[in-house]
Design a binder for this molecule. Sequence first.
Ligand SMILES: [Mn+2]
Length: 416
Amino acid sequence: MNHQIRIFHTSDWHLGRALHERQRDDEYRMFLDWLVQKIEDEKIDVLLISGDIFDTSNASHIAQRQYYNFCRRLSGTCCRHAVITSGNHDSTSFIDVPSRVLECLNVHVIGQARFNTRSGDPKDEVIVLKDASGADELIVAAVPFLAEGDVRLSEGGEDIGAREKNVTDGIARHYELVAQAAEEIRAGRDIPVVAMGHLFVQGGKIVEDDGVRVTYVGSLGGVNANIFSSTYDYVALGHLHVPQAVGDCEYIRYSGSPIAMGFGEAGQQKSICRVVFNGRSQREISMCEIPVFHKIENVCGDQKEIRSRLMELAALGEEIYISVIYHGDDPLDSVTGIIEDILEAQKNIICLCTKNLSKRSVDAGGIAYIRDEVISEINEQDMFIKLLDTNDVSEAERPELISTFNELLDIVQREG
Ligand SMILES: [Mn+2]
């Protein structure tokens, strides 16, 4: 008689993240309330969170409180275990430091990779979860985000291509070693092994303005899905914010972020992955849809179209964040005035971003912003690209510069 185990897989919460200058603590609170309730309603046994719990390495007090409160509330539900691994946005030590205390709540965390090319034991990244009677029920290969230094020794004088290959080979080796350790622990028993990961797997879909930060320059193509050995009965991924299976492997999945991270994700159905095992062989994967806790929308068109959509949104009465994208040919001043008059009168519409894509402005040198972008919401990498653009740095020179910049940034962020 097989034992049923019900799993929720989520990732990329980015607690503390703002949409432009707007804090989204209320949305996160509603999401976390919803999740606790959903876990109860669906009698979930295990929750997996595959990285990017926090948006930044020094999370705000509110974000931290939301995290710890959630862990505490979770321990009062039917969910027997949570496994949380870090993503590229998380501080590894911030995730690791409270591990002993969180163990008491049956929340297992892995911030820093537990082994690398020099030291450590792959078994330390394998977590064995027990059922109510104390028997092993699920084996989790809890691999956190792997930084370059976790998977390879640095070698001088290699070009970008060689460096990229060394990183992707190192990641593949890491997953293989954890798979071997998990297989040894399974020892032929009918217990599923689930891998976690926070990385870009080839073929993954991303959209513009979805808040995904490129992790290693050069490895934009990511690792191949075949690095996940047949040991793994499910692979719970984080990093990409669009919910998706990788290639045609239904069991290698990105859960996606629970709320839209930017206007590029407006209207996208967000979800949590639901995985039900009855032994290894019976596996059901389905999506649990997440409601929208705060509407966001891109309002595009010429003056007339924008105006009419704004009036429709005003009539809804519900608070909504919008981004206005103008495509018309009227002089900009008159359009801005009309939009601002409507927004002034309709308090439920909050405009966070406006872009001018009129033919006139594109001819005059590309996208012009009606209002300046807010510096605080441009990430470091984008800022560096802007600097390269401003200085007319050629495409040929860029990879080296970007790579060096990212290396420095990584050092600063790790130490900062
Ligand atoms: Mn993320």
